[in-house]
Design a protein around this ligand. Structure first.
Ligand code: NAP
Length: 270
């Protein structure tokens, strides 16, 4: 029987995760089906019970459940605990275990763009769930310094106690200029004309990363392109986190050359 996988979220019409997983499963001879599971907030617990009852093997978790889902899980991986968010669940003999594969996808995204971490300095725009995975990865791979920019400085500082948190208006005074990363949703559909920072800020950096992949080139990335700065969107991260989820669900290792092939096919979907 085909194994059942899927995406758990509230509104999923925008998602291309089903197509990505179909490509990964085909590439790796995995027999399974990947469904979209739109679940209303008040039905989250029942939804998880339903997955157990019908023998779902694994789900990805997206907005707005990456944090809320944690209280319903039997165990959570160390990195997901430290990040404070779960984006992948595997059901082992009916028991749900949480992981965070955004962390791995982000690492792959930087590798794809030849962006180093060790001893480099990073400015992160936003302090939500994705920022937490990004920051954990940068810390684990020994970034020299990480500065967070947040609308609500107090809230961000409360979570990231050991890091510097600044307001958007102070970005112009920043001294570290290796890489700037947008982890806010500003610039994604339908708000494609917005960018969380202006061209003046982006042009101060050597590398520009946007976690958004839809559109391929956000306003933020277009500033990087205009100033001939190394720039990359979040599509490789999306593919990377999906590959890592399949590895977890199927206890396999998918090699990097396969990741590149999968990415090339996914690129055509956007
Ligand atoms: P989230 O938890 O809701 O966090 C969003 C963050 O952006 C919060 O810090 C929020 O600040 C900030 N923000 C929102 N609107 C803003 C605005 N107009 N100006 C300044 N800051 C703003 O969402 P998330 O899960 O981190 O996702 C963020 C983005 O990353 C989404 O576009 C998502 O699609 C993308 N993402 C991509 C991948 C990938 O694989 N490529 C993976 C994960 C996420 P407040 O706290 O002040 O509200």
């Amino acid at each position: 029987m085909k194994k059942i996988y899927g995406l758990l979220g509230e509104t999923l019409s925008y998602s291309i995760s089903d197509s990505i997983h179909e490509i990964i499963m085909k590439e790796n001879n995995i027999s399974g089906i990947y469904n979209m599971f739109e679940v209303k907030k008040e039905n989250l617990e029942k939804g998880l019970e339903g997955f157990k009852a019908i023998g779902v093997r694994g789900v990805n978790v997206t907005i707005p459940y990456k944090q809320e889902v944690m209280k319903y899980l039997d165990d959570i991986s160390q990195e997901a605990k430290e990040i404070g968010a779960v984006n992948t669940i595997v059901f082992d003999e009916g028991k749900p275990y949480g992981h965070n594969t955004d962390y791995f996808g982000f690492k792959m995204n930087l590798q794809k763009a030849n962006i180093e971490i060790r001893n480099k300095s990073f400015v992160i725009l936003g302090s939500g769930g994705a920022a937490k995975a990004v920051i954990k990865c940068l810390k684990d791979f020994n970034a020299r310094d990480i500065v967070i920019t947040a609308r609500n400085k107090e809230k961000a500082q409360d979570f990231f106690k050991d890091l510097e948190v600044i307001a958007y208006e102070n970005l112009k005074d920043i001294k570290s200029n290796y890489c700037i990363i947008n982890t806010t949703p500003c610039g994604t559909y339908p708000d494609v004309e917005s960018s969380v920072v202006g061209e003046d800020v982006v042009s101060m950096f050597e590398n520009t990363v946007d976690l958004i992949y839809n559109p391929k080139e956000t306003k933020f990335l277009s500033y990087g392109k205009k100033h001939e700065i190394n720039h990359i969107n979040g599509l490789y991260m999306l593919v990377g986190q999906a590959i890592k989820a399949q590895e977890i669900w199927n206890n396999i290792k998918i090699d990097e050359s396969s990741a590149e092939r999968i990415y090339k096919q996914v690129e055509k979907l956007i």
